[in-house]
Write a protein that binds this ligand. Structure first.
Ligand code: KIV
Ligand code: ZN
Length: 519
């Protein structure tokens, strides 16, 4: 039986989050993120939408087989093929759940041509009964519940519980409702649905009006005990309710709300960093909880207050969300053991190969930077600890650029599939980054065009780590993201571009490498 003092966290970063335009996580990255979500302590991981692509199916299946702890679920429309795909993908999980979605609002039913309300109801019942033959945990989401006719919604919820749904998720699919309205809706569902006590009531709020977290909170206040959310609030359009905000609201205001989650809040910042790195979607600096400025005090009055007592302007301790402001005293002399220990404190448990890469990158960074902060370490780990082995590894970048003449770049790349052969080329460009990318593209000759590029400093100071994100698209329209970090932003950009092209190359087995480019 669920504990009524607990709010259960359902993470949909890998399904609704990944559904956002321009996102492109590969299977290994999804598995890596699912492991991190398990360490974070979420109760449910929605791994994907298996019918949508073979890659999504494979990711759901690997997550179900490899990730221990949370319930693993995946999404199906209310049709047998979708439900079969979900079941085949998740059946090996320790704990598993089938998630079914079907519209409930008149606007969806009419415009999507779903028939009459009665036909939709019957389709939903049949789907739940079908899913229950396989799995004893079935969630039903009446899509666009936020705009549905109330009586029809109550009738739907009651019928799905009767048919065997163990969780009813009320989505505000379009992010339309206001907090008191959505809280009222959940309260009304609790009051009007006769058998509501036989299911967990969950909510799923979108952020179109910036109210996803407020609406989820109002629903919790009205009795919902499960919330669907995503790390960094990523998702369709303006995104979903942000996991880190919800969790920290419940923790910071626990005395008032009397509710807990099972999330290890110290892993919020590292998890946020991982999602940023893998999706290429940067978190705005003033984002609550995980933004770069979330704990920065700039004004004199605030700084003065905080120096006297942190509580004057801080309602949470940065270390409680994994933003420790300590300058690490680790140096190369501290050794691998101390480095591993610090990473563990920051929430990273790396396998030997990933740890080796992170250590090598740390030695290089410690050489270039006076102070290596925890934030630098998080960036470095996200960059170097990839689970996906890369065929092409950047070995050298050299750029000539200045106020006159066109920038010129020379790049050398090691090709792991050709016994580490070195490939070198040079190019001129409109700017130094353009020249570097052109030189890389001459070496790693894959079907791709650059669609997005951004760069930013991770920490302050002249020796700050720079972080670059790129997205490239192949001619089939698939998007691949790349991420790179370095104290030199041109090198960070080169790493990010190489990372993206490696992903394209992995999808496109016969990558041609120009003859004569080997050195
Ligand atoms: O927004 C939505 O309605 C959804 C459902 C699948 C829950 O994502
Ligand atoms: Zn959604």
């Amino acid at each position: 039986m669920p504990d009524n003092d607990r709010v259960y966290i359902f993470d949909t970063t890998l399904r609704d989050g990944e559904q956002a335009p321009g996102f492109a996580l590969n299977v290994a990255e999804k598995v890596e993120i699912a492991h991190q979500l398990a360490r974070l302590g979420v109760d449910v991981v929605e791994a994907g939408f298996p019918i949508s692509s073979p890659g999504d199916f494979e990711a759901c299946q690997r997550i179900a087989r490899e990730v221990e702890g949370p319930t693993i679920t995946a999404l199906a429309r209310a049709v047998p093929q979708d439900i079969d795909a979900v079941w085949n993908a998740i059946k090996d999980a320790q704990r598993r759940q089938i998630h079914i979605v079907l519209s409930v609002s008149d606007i969806h039913i009419d415009k999507k041509g779903l028939g009459t309300r009665q036909q939709v109801l019957e389709k939903g019942i049949a789907a739940v009964e079908y899913a229950r033959q396989f799995c004893d945990q079935v969630e039903y989401s009446p899509e666009d519940a936020g705009r549905a006719d109330r009586d029809y919604l109550y009738e739907t919820v009651e019928a799905m519980i009767e048919a065997g749904a163990t969780v009813i998720n009320i989505p505000d699919t379009t992010g339309y409702t206001l907090p008191w309205e959505f809280g009222g809706l959940i309260g009304d569902v609790m009051r009007h649905v006769r058998n509501v006590g036989n299911a967990i009531i969950s909510v799923h709020c979108h952020n179109d009006l910036g109210l996803a977290v407020a609406n989820s909170l109002a629903a919790i206040d009205a009795g919902a005990r499960r919330v669907e959310c995503t790390v960094n609030g990523i998702g369709e359009r303006a995104g979903n309710a942000s996991l880190e905000e919800l969790v920290m609201i419940l923790k910071t205001r626990e005395k008032l709300l009397g509710l807990k989650t099972a999330v290890d809040t110290r892993l919020l910042a590292p998890t946020s960093r991982l999602i940023e790195a893998r999706t290429g979607m940067h978190v705005q600096a003033n984002k609550a909880i995980v933004g770069a400025n979330a704990f920065a005090h700039a004004s004199g009055i605030h700084q003065d207050g905080v120096l006297k007592d942190k509580l004057t302007y801080e309602i949470m301790r940065p270390e409680d969300v994994g933003v420790a402001d300590t300058r690490i005293v680790l140096s190369p002399r501290s050794g691998r053991h101390a480095f591993r220990h610090r990473l563990k404190e920051l929430g990273y448990e790396l396998d030997e190969a990933a740890f080796g890469r992170a250590w090598d990158a740390f030695l290089l960074l410690a050489d270039k930077k006076k102070e290596v902060t925890d934030r630098d370490l998080q960036t470095l780990v996200a960059d170097e600890a990839r689970l996906v082995p890369e065929r092409f590894k950047l070995d050298l970048v050299q750029v000539i650029s200045g106020t006159s003449g066109r920038p010129m770049a020379t790049v050398r790349v090691r090709d792991a599939e050709r016994d580490g052969e070195m490939l070198e080329d040079a190019a001129v460009g409109d700017g130094p980054v353009d020249a570097v990318c052109k030189a890389i593209a001459r070496i790693i000759d894959v079907d791709s065009e650059l669609v997005d590029f951004s760069v930013r400093a991770v920490t302050g100071g002249i020796d700050a780590m720079g972080e670059a994100s790129v997205r490239v698209r192949n001619s089939a329209g698939q998007i691949f993201s790349g991420h790179g970090a370095d104290t030199d932003i041109i090198v960070a950009s080169a790493k990010a571009y190489c990372n993206a092209l490696n992903k394209v190359a992995a999808e496109q087995p016969a990558v041609s490498v120009p003859a004569g480019s080997g050195v």
